[in-house]
Design a binder for this molecule. Structure first.
Ligand code: C2E
Ligand code: CA
Ligand code: CA
Length: 562
């Protein structure tokens, strides 16, 4: 490497203690000022002063003075080096954190232009890199990555707003691109794509984000802020674009056309993330190819209404707790052999302002999907334990409450602590509570669920396995869960007298439970004969309409006292 002019610098760089640039300059400056000064001083003192004491005095004063002067010079030099240091630091920061240098551009000497030029050069380079990684070279349009990023940004903006806004994402494909390339050549194929892009850009205007998302595929969506395309209009909009882009385009001296197909997905019904929306508009696009006849297709049109309802419900559900729309009904259980009223199951209800009381079988899955279940489940625990705390305080007959735990709550590492805190807050002990889990809730993450269940068990909290016999029953894990109770599912109890299979299954469940030392609860007992049958089979507890439907706390109080 040629060192043109860097020889001295390179020589100094070899000296270990002079690692930094400023230390090299400092050393040179120090030696440069001190060596001549001290030489001069020594020479002067030796040749003129005879008496030793005066000589030492002069030397001392002179040394202090030169040291002070040099220190000031070195400090000033150090400050003068700041532009170089700052530039080096900000270049480093750009390399490690992609932060564009923010250096002053007002100075006009070499150091000033070093800073100013660094800023301009890095900014230009950064733009170029951004362009190369985010834009498609042929069409000049954003590529797939940038499209997804812009879509995400728009979705994020939307999530800040109060009102529910929907908008479509469209994927358009020129399906005859291959034929065009083989008939007219690759270059003409490229030119055709460019003309198609021009046409699309003019049609869509600046309020729409357009990108090249595949070889002959382009995707676009109207910026939600423009709100010009309502979701209901999206098919009409697509038809207009499809029609206009299908007509022949003038390319050099040819008229070239391709079949155009469009797939549509709609936020929020078809998805709430950019990936989902693009994936679904492309799926819809592929569906048009499979079905053949229609060139425009909306993803899952037939599900749209259902999804819409679900989405609206989810919005309301988020407010249900704060608006006091949730309440609990308790369904009592009795001990089969003695008839004693010993426990009750807490069942969540939602009193929707418009639709009335909605069943948990409808809103619990929505709460699980949307993540509200955590908060909701904690509300059930808190409220039911508060009820039970008051119950005990008033000296009513002792009763144990069962609370249903959702699969999602079994992923919460803090659930044990939460449960214990709630018990303590209401002066209750672990015997007052039982938690019901279902087999299916164990499937997703069995290892972590087992850990949490083990922890709950070690604190003395009883666990019941709900709906037993309906899930993915695996006997091997049954022995691993620290259970106290098995609940025979209602579907077997209901048919226990009419269907031999249900009877056989019920018998097996009881035998299995007993062999594992578990208590057996039969749920969904609706008639007296069913009651007698489950007693014969050896069930320990019963729950069902025959005894009582789920009732409010005040009614439970009366029920227990009769
Ligand atoms: P589950 O835990 O199996 O609750 C028993 C369901 O059967 C309740 O329905 C109850 O009203 C109903 N039932 C009780 N006895 C009879 C009977 O004799 N005949 C008939 N036909 N039905 C009977 P509900 O209250 O609609 O609850 C449905 C499901 O919702 C529950 O099933 C449970 O899985 C879930 N759920 C309810 N509350 C909560 C809760 O607080 N948290 C969680 N995670 N899930 C809950
Ligand atoms: Ca249950
Ligand atoms: Ca059940």
């Amino acid at each position: 490497m040629s060192l043109n002019g860097l020889n001295f610098y390179s020589y100094l760089s070899k000296i270990r203690i002079l690692k930094t640039y400023s230390s090299k300059i400092m050393l040179v400056a120090f030696l440069g000022t001190h060596v001549p000064l001290i030489t001069l001083l020594l020479f002067f003192v030796i040749s003129t002063v005879q008496d030793m004491q005066t000589a030492l005095k002069i030397l001392g004063i002179a040394l202090v003075a030169t040291l002070a002067g040099t220190a000031a010079t070195l400090l000033a030099l150090h400050k003068l080096l700041a532009p170089v240091m700052l530039t080096s630091k900000s270049l480093n920061r750009y390399l490690s954190e992609k932060e564009i240098p923010n250096l002053p551009t007002v100075f006009h000497d070499e150091a000033g232009s070093l800073m100013a030029d660094t800023v301009t050069t890095v900014r230009k380079l950064d733009e170029l890199i951004h362009y190369m990684t985010n834009y498609d070279g042929l069409s000049g349009l954003p590529n797939r990555d940038l499209f997804l990023e812009r879509l995400s940004n728009s979705l994020h903006e939307l999530s800040m707003r109060e009102e529910i806004l929907s908008f479509p994402v469209l994927s358009l494909e020129a399906t005859h691109l291959k034929q065009i390339r083989s008939n007219f050549g690759v270059h003409m194929g490229d030119l055709y794509l460019r003309s198609l892009v021009q046409k699309l850009e003019t049609m869509l205007g600046p309020e729409t984000v357009l990108a090249r998302t595949g070889d002959g595929e382009f995707s676009f969506f109207p910026l939600p802020s423009s709100s010009q395309i309502l979701e209901t209009d999206s098919e009409v909009w697509a038809a207009k674009i499809q029609n206009s882009t299908s007509s022949p385009l003038h390319v050099v001296d040819q008229q070239i056309s391709s079949e155009i197909r469009i797939g549509i997905s709609v936020f929020p019904y078809d998805g709430k993330s950019s990936d989902q929306l693009l994936w679904k508009s492309e799926t819809a696009l592929n569906q048009t190819k499979l079905s053949g006849n229609s060139k425009i297709q909306t993803y899952s049109s037939e599900w749209k209404e259902r999804m819409k309802e679900k989405y609206l419900l989810e919005k309301d559900l988020r407010l249900a707790i704060s608006k006091n729309q949730l309440f609990i009904q308790y369904q009592p259980r009795i001990e089969v052999q003695t008839g004693k009223k010993i426990s009750a199951e807490a069942l969540l209800r939602w009193n929707h302002p418009e639709y009335g009381v909605i069943s948990p079988t409808i809103f619990i899955p929505i709460a699980e999907e949307s993540g509200i279940i955590g908060e909701m489940g904690e509300w059930v625990l808190s409220k039911s334990m508060e009820d039970l705390g008051n119950w005990k305080k008033r000296g009513l007959p002792p009763i144990r409450i069962s609370v249903n735990l959702s699969a999602k709550q079994l992923e919460d590492k803090n659930i044990t602590k939460k449960v214990l805190d709630i018990l303590e807050k209401n002066n209750l002990s672990v015997e007052d509570l039982e938690l019901e889990i279902t087999e299916s809730s164990l499937i997703t993450n069995i290892q972590s669920a087992l850990e949490i269940l083990g922890e709950l068990h070690s604190w003395g909290i009883s666990l019941a396995l709900d709906d037993f016999g309906t899930g993915y029953s695996s006997l091997s894990y049954l022995s691993k869960i620290p259970l106290k109770t098995l609940k025979v599912d209602q579907s077997f109890v209901r048919k226990i007298l009419t269907d031999p299979n249900s009877l056989a299954i019920s018998k097996t469940i009881v035998a299995l439970g007993k062999s594992l030392g578990l208590r057996i609860t039969a749920e969904g007992v609706e008639t007296e004969v069913q009651m007698r049958k489950i007693k014969d089979l050896g069930c320990d507890e019963a729950q069902g309409y025959f005894l009582s439907k789920p009732i409010l706390l005040e009614e439970l109080e009366k029920f227990v006292q009769t």
